[in-house]
Design a protein around this ligand. Structure first.
Ligand code: NAP
Length: 291
């Protein structure tokens, strides 16, 4: 049985709202902050939690402060400055960041946290909205092992797998590996489905057979039907994937890795945005074929 802790959660979006809900259900004493206050109020009502008006107020008295906001700038906005969480946290408390952000901002905030005797774990997630709702996320962590050991029992409320991958930034780097692997895969699956249709095959029947073999993937299992139907109003948005690929390509410029396919797929996603797909699921790459 996990000990009940004082936990703050900043950012009640598609991911954050259900994640914070799992913390409350696990018995933690939860205080939430959301930029748009109405969401924090409705969370507080639904889960008998507290709603705070700034990240600083939410963080006061918390053992662990979790966040899941959009990007590097949003993360800086909720951590730093007078109303930021760092200014409210007590010494020894740990900040756990679930935003998909750069490894650079993770290291920057880790160093600032150290100066204030706070812990900082970068902990991006994989598993999407469904994973957050089911409490079955994969959480990739970077930071100090002592901080991880204290944060992990809290993260467990919404994780199926959670692992410390190395020093600060290693969680974000691991998430980049995930996004690089997915980008090429979705393009390949799109081309495969497109080919099956052009070849006059029953594409769904083809996939129902092939998913038992070496071409199997999460995307194949979970996205084939909607890709064939041309439905993309769900899932992980193209604009988020482009943010993530930009982070990957930026990091690759620094570490010298070659990412020719990721760079190309990013351009394809730019095309998807041009045809109105900024908020479409990432499986919408297929919409570019045979237009
Ligand atoms: N959605 C997915 O399937 C998925 C999967 C894995 C990882 N992720 C990553 O998880 C993160 C969150 O994704 P999401 O889908 O939950 O996004 P979302 O629904 O757009 O929620 C973003 C949250 O961040 C808050 N926020 C944004 N900018 C802020 C700022 N400057 N100051 C304070 N709060 C701010 C928003 O507040 P408001 O309510 O006021 O707008 C909202 O609560 C992203 O980094 C994303 O890449 C998402």
């Amino acid at each position: 049985m996990t000990a009940c802790r004082n936990v703050a959660f900043l950012g009640l979006g598609v991911m954050g709202y259900p994640m914070a809900g799992h913390l409350a259900r696990a018995g933690h004493k939860v205080t939430v902050y959301n930029r748009t206050g109405a969401k924090a109020e409705s969370f507080a009502k639904e889960f008998s939690a507290l709603a705070a008006t700034t990240p600083r107020v939410a963080a006061q008295g918390a053992d662990v402060v979790c966040a899941c906001v959009g990007n590097d700038d949003d993360l800086r906005a909720v951590t730093l400055g007078e109303a930021g969480a760092f200014s409210g946290m007590k010494p020894g408390a740990i900040f756990v960041d679930h935003t998909t952000a750069s490894a650079e901002v993770a290291r920057e905030l880790f160093a600032l946290a150290q100066e204030s005797r706070l812990g900082f774990i970068d902990a991006p997630v994989s598993g999407g909205q469904a994973g957050a709702e089911k409490g079955a996320l994969t959480v990739m962590c970077g930071g100090l092992s002592d901080d991880f050991a204290r944060a992990e029992p809290v993260i467990a409320a919404y994780a199926r797998a959670c692992r410390l991958m190395g020093p600060s930034g290693a969680g974000q780097l691991t998430k980049m590996v995930n996004q690089i692997a997915i980008a090429g895969l979705i393009q390949s699956l799109s081309e495969a489905l497109h080919f099956a249709v052009e070849a006059g095959l029953d594409a769904q029947a083809v996939i129902d057979l092939l998913k038992n073999g070496a071409a199997q993937s999460w995307q194949m299992e979970n996205r084939t039907a909607t890709m064939l139907a041309g439905r993309f109003d769900h899932g992980f948005a193209v604009e988020w994937m482009r943010k993530d690929l930009a982070i990957c390509l930026d990091e690759a410029r620094r570490n010298g890795a070659q990412l020719p396919v990721a760079a190309l797929v990013d351009q394809f996603y730019a095309e998807v945005e041009k045809i109105g797909g900024r908020r479409w699921d990432t499986s919408s790459l297929i919409a570019l074929l045979k237009r």
